[in-house]
Design a protein around this ligand. Structure first.
Ligand SMILES: C[S@@+](CC[C@H](N)C(=O)[O-])C[C@H]1O[C@@H](n2cnc3c(N)ncnc32)[C@H](O)[C@@H]1O
Length: 222
């Protein structure tokens, strides 16, 4: 059974990107957050993306491995990702599609330099034919995705998880999975999303998974 995560070129690209993230993220995140705190009034999404344009903020390796297994085991064919950054999570998802016979992955990112670099990483990993990167705001770029989406990863700015999910709802296939990353990082911002997918008699069946900075796994049952 092939596993691209354990062979080249994917393994080497992931090792290199995680090493870069470990070095760069601590240098970038703290000053950017301090600057954000100094400002009066909320930052808009693009401004924050610009301040964090060098930060990877990737899913943990364990979360990446779980994403790979979920996509591969469910034999997903159409995957959507909100929040590409430099493409680490995308590589896990696209490798799973490749190893289970192919598919398409649409991912979206606000910051143009990240889009350019992510495309280079997908080419190096041999995954360009699976991944389409859409530059811009997910609320626009994901408007016209094809129906029968069977897997969604939400990993952009946390306040947008709910509107992005609602935008995608008409395109979800019955039984599709929606994974929200980092749910323990900003609980107050994520409350509307979590209430929405966990409410009684909703079309979602959802469970919180204590991994990384907290995952929420929801299944669309309608
Ligand atoms: C946590 S990082 C994503 C990490 C990535 N999933 C990984 O594991 O490598 C969040 C990314 O979402 C992007 N982003 C934030 N708001 C966005 C929006 N409205 N549309 C598209 N991308 C957005 C940010 O620029 C940032 O690069």
């Amino acid at each position: 059974m092939p596993n691209s995560l354990q062979s080249e070129p994917v393994a080497a690209v992931l090792d290199r990107l995680y090493a870069q993230a470990e070095k760069i993220d601590p240098e970038v995140l703290e000053p950017a957050m301090a600057e954000a705190r100094r400002r009066k009034g909320p930052l808009d999404d693009r401004e924050l993306a610009g301040m964090l344009r060098r930060a990877f903020m990737p899913v943990s390796r364990d979360v990446g491995h779980l994403l790979y297994m979920m996509v591969r085991t469910s034999r997903c064919r159409r995957v959507i990702e909100f929040g590409t950054s430099f493409g680490i999570s995308t590589i896990f998802l696209a490798a799973a599609l490749k190893d289970s016979g192919g598919g398409t992955l649409v991912t979206t990112e606000l910051e143009p330099d990240k889009v350019r670099r992510a495309r280079e990483h997908f080419a190096e990993a041999g995954l360009s034919d699976i991944v389409e990167v859409r530059e811009g705001d997910a609320r626009e770029t994901l408007r016209d995705v094809e129906p029968d989406v069977d897997f969604v990863l939400l990993d952009g700015w946390k306040g947008l998880y709910l509107p992005v999910l609602q935008l995608l709802e008409p395109k979800l296939r019955t039984g599709s999975l929606i994974i929200a990353d980092d749910i323990d990082l900003m609980p107050e911002v994520l409350t509307p999303y979590l209430q929405y997918v966990h409410r009684e008699r909703s079309p979602y069946f959802a469970v919180k998974v204590p991994m990384g900075d907290g995952l929420d796994v929801a299944m669309w049952t309608r």
